[in-house]
Ligand binder design. Structure first.
Ligand code: HXC
Length: 511
């Protein structure tokens, strides 16, 4: 008969074996390639000593290809729950040291189990991806596992925040779980994502491309718009993740955490008085306004390298979390195009789904003209942003800093699509189009001198915020130096906003 000592020894041995995953050699190989192990990543992410592992002793159930002789406790996935800044978080981390982190049926069941727990308890789900994809030895069972995960990703969308970090390979259909989640972070040099890899591409299209060019962190953060954040290494990724989680609520019925605010809410900034140039053709960086007015100048930008003509991200105002959407005249004059519309629309929908008020800063000359935009479907993509803003029922506060022209005026959280408070700087220009364009259409055949005069007349008459203010489309014209307090007052006024859209199964956003 086993003694008590025997029983505890077996318990210890099993735990130790599970914790070693694929073994020390493979962990060292992981380190040598610049990556941390699954457990180290989880330890970096969570508050110390808060991780509770679930399914540590699960093994795969495969008998093909001699797999029955090779069972590793945990089966290449470390998962469970813990805390970030004292708040409950669910996490899974694929362990590349065990069968290349590949997804077995048992391994998928573990992800399904904690996703269901996260949904029931209303807490964010974080996935740390580092995997060779479907467990080849398990065939369709692995594919079924992926589909179960995709299905739950969709069910959980808008209920709990889901965040994916790509920390190694993520290829084939495996990319679709991260793609269904709210945010994707990628680690530079060690991560890549693609549906089909360089070899298949070479065979099919004869293109030659490296893994990094095809699906590295820079590609997806600057070219494809698939990813939202880049981290320099595993450690920085976990730090950024902790910061991101701090801005968002645990679930769709919760509010985002409010932090004590030590930054004077009445703080004025004289620099803002002259930041927006009088010359409407001169650029400036909208981030200078954002960083000036938010708490501690701390802006957590989302997709900073993609469609930079629009700036999006999280910040706090008086301790309250807000989502900021701002045209950035520093890039392409802040014009709205396909990429910027889609980028902002998805962010607006995230904020709306998770009760994060929206602050919109407007300086937009209109939609980008051109065949590539029209052929690419700017009509339906621009409509996404319009739809997202109109659908959003969270507090919506809009400030026009300079240009708000044409359809883009309507789209950028105008009063007419439901903004709660609309403000403008005295430098605002709210009109159907810029003065030159308007005069070209309305008064053809003028001499150069007459044209200059007509442009100036138009500018004086229309390129200002006063007509819109007379009509009540702008609630208040404010001094730039007071922006921080003015935005805070509006936000505070909207604290108990209670608005809902008509009941429906779901809308039909122009996809
Ligand atoms: C089982 C796998 C595996 C997999 C890797 N391994 N991928 N085992 N199923 N999918 C194992 C390897 O056999 C190896 O085991 C160990 O993991 C480490 O792999 P290496 O190849 O030595 O590592 P590395 O050189 O870093 O290359 C990593 C890799 C490569 C690029 C990911 O392993 C690879 O190409 N794997 C196959 C990827 C793939 O085609 N997956 C299926 C994609 S289709 P040993 O014991 O030798 O150390 C797919 C469909 C999903 O995923 C569909 C969802 C709907």
């Amino acid at each position: 008969m086993q003694t008590l000592d025997d029983k505890y020894r077996i318990f210890d041995e099993k735990n130790k074996a599970a914790e070693l995953g694929g073994g020390t050699d493979r962990i060292e190989k992981q380190h040598a390639s610049g990556k941390k192990s699954a457990r180290e990543r989880i330890a970096d992410l969570l508050d110390p000593d808060t991780f509770v592992e679930v399914d540590k002793l699960v093994t795969h159930r495969s008998y093909d290809f001699g797999m029955e002789k090779n069972r590793i406790l945990g089966d290449g996935l470390v998962c469970g729950y813990g805390k970030v800044d004292g708040r409950l978080i669910y996490v899974f981390a694929q362990d590349f040291t065990v069968f290349g982190g590949s997804l077995s049926r048992a391994n998928a069941d573990k992800i399904v189990k904690i996703t269901k727990l996260a949904m029931k308890m209303g807490a964010p789900l974080i996935g740390l991806n580092d995997s060779g994809g479907a467990r080849i030895q398990e065939g369709v069972e692995s594919l079924a596992g992926y589909a179960d995960i995709f299905n739950l990703n969709v069910k959980a969308s808008g209920v709990i925040p889901q965040i994916s970090v790509i920390m190694g390979p993520c290829a084939g259909g495996a990319v679709y779980s991260p793609a269904l989640t709210d945010f994707i972070m990628m680690v530079k040099d060690t991560s890549y994502m693609f549906v089909t890899g360089p070899d298949v591409i070479k065979t099919v299209t004869h293109e030659e491309v490296t893994k990094e060019q095809l699906g590295g962190a820079l590609t997806h953060n600057s070219k494809s718009g698939v990813a939202h954040f880049t981290a320099d290494n595993d450690e920085q990724a976990m730090m950024m993740l902790r910061e991101l989680i701090g801005f968002i609520p645990s679930n769709n019925l919760d509010d985002a955490p409010v932090r004590p605010c030590n930054d004077n809410i009445y703080r004025e900034d004289e620099k803002l008085q002259t930041l927006v140039p009088a010359d409407p053709n001169k650029p400036y960086n909208i981030k200078d306004i954002i960083e000036s007015v938010i708490d501690d100048h701390n802006f957590f930008e989302v997709m900073p390298l993609y469609a930079q003509n629009i700036t999006i991200g999280f910040a706090r105002l008086g301790g309250f979390s807000v989502g900021i959407v701002a045209n950035n005249p520093e890039y392409m004059a802040g014009v709205l195009d396909i990429n910027s519309s889609v980028k902002a629309a998805r962010f607006v929908r995230f904020c709306d789904a998770f009760n994060i008020p929206l602050i919109t800063l407007v300086d937009v000359p209109g939609f980008l003209p051109g065949t590539s935009q029209e052929f690419g479907g700017i009509i339906k993509h621009g409509a996404k942003l319009l739809y997202a803003f109109a659908e959003a029922t969270v507090p919506k506060i809009t400030l026009i800093t300079r240009k708000a022209y044409g359809g883009a005026y309507d789209v950028m959280a105008s009063k007419h699509i439901g903004a709660d408070i609309n403000m403008a700087y005295p430098t605002a220009e709210i009109a159907v189009m810029g003065a030159e364009g308007a005069v070209n259409i309305l008064q053809r055949g003028l001499s150069e001198a007459e044209r200059t005069e007509a442009i100036e007349d138009y500018r004086i008459k229309f390129a200002n915020p006063y007509k819109a203010a007379e009509l009540g489309y702008i609630d208040e014209i404010i001094k730039p130096r007071e922006t921080r307090f003015k935005l805070f007052q509006a936000l505070e006024m909207c604290r108990n906003k209670n608005e809902s859209n008509p009941p429906k199964k779901h809308g039909n956003i122009p996809l």
